[in-house]
Design a binder for this molecule. Structure first.
Ligand code: ADP
Ligand code: ADP
Ligand code: ZN
Length: 215
């Protein structure tokens, strides 16, 4: 199972990935999570990536492609992978095709979650996540039982640095300019499946699950 989750910031990629993981035993690879971890650990790559993330820009392709290639080379990816937030540029998509082709495989499906921009802005301005276990909540749509506290581990919830209004605007523009064209790339490969993400996340997952069960 080689699956890609696509969609603009706030579409619900991370939320669907968490649900997919419970039903399908494949590793969830989120480049955003990998970069945030590198930032938190203060590595050289993290310091470099942070400059771009805080500005709402993409981390350069050579860095991003490098970390994904290393991750996909690990044993747990042999049976497949669920990529979340990668590829985001045509160069990244081509690099991914090469890596999977080397193993005699191909990307099976690119699930594109689409959501109107006004809803994305609303979701991103109210997204919070656990500083300990990284669980994602929404103060408007899926609030924790106690404000500011993680239901799963009791950790503190915080807003992401790049979910501030001006950064979000730049991320949405970057998405339109650099990532949206990739939808044509996967459409041409006949791998693109569009999913209406402007519904309850359980409803969205019903569709996602039905698609993945057929693979
Ligand atoms: P969201 O899901 O809200 O779009 P992510 O967590 O996927 O955000 O990504 C956060 C940031 O990490 C991006 O704005 C970008 O700076 C960087 N990033 C993540 N994935 C990639 C990628 N594939 N290519 C370049 N930069 C990336
Ligand atoms: P992405 O990974 O695509 O950036 P997330 O999964 O982090 O998106 O979701 C963005 C925000 O919207 C989070 O606060 C999340 O709790 C919330 N969210 C995700 N899916 C839905 C949905 N179907 N309806 C309402 N809110 C949602
Ligand atoms: Zn937690």
């Amino acid at each position: 199972m080689n699956i890609i989750l696509m969609g603009p910031p706030g579409a619900g990629k991370g939320t669907q990935a968490e649900l997919i993981k419970k039903s399908f035993p494949i590793p969830h690879i989120s480049t955003g999570d990998m970069f945030r971890e590198a930032v938190a650990n203060g590595t050289a790559m993290g310091k470099e990536a942070k400059k771009y993330m805080d500005a709402g820009q993409l981390v350069p392709d050579e860095v991003t492609i490098g970390i994904v290639e290393d991750r996909l080379a690990q044993d747990d990816c042999e049976k497949g992978f669920l990529l979340d937030g990668f590829p985001r540029t045509t160069l990244q998509a081509q690099a991914l095709d090469k890596v999977v082709a080397k193993r005699g495989k191909s990307v099976e499906v690119a699930l594109n979650i689409f959501v109107p921009e006004d809803i994305l802005l609303l979701r991103l301005s109210s997204r919070v996540s656990c500083t300990t276990c990284k669980a994602v909540y929404n103060t408007k749509f899926s609030a924790p039982a106690t404000a500011g506290i993680c239901d799963q581990c009791g950790g503190k919830l915080a807003q992401r640095n790049d979910d501030k209004e001006e950064t979000v605007k730049s991320r949405l523009k970057v998405y339109q300019e650099q990532t949206q064209p990739l939808l044509d790339y996967y459409e041409e490969q006949k791998n693109l499946i569009n999913i209406d993400g402007n519904r309850d996340s359980a409803e969205v997952f019903k569709d996602v699950k039905a698609i993945l069960e057929k693979l």
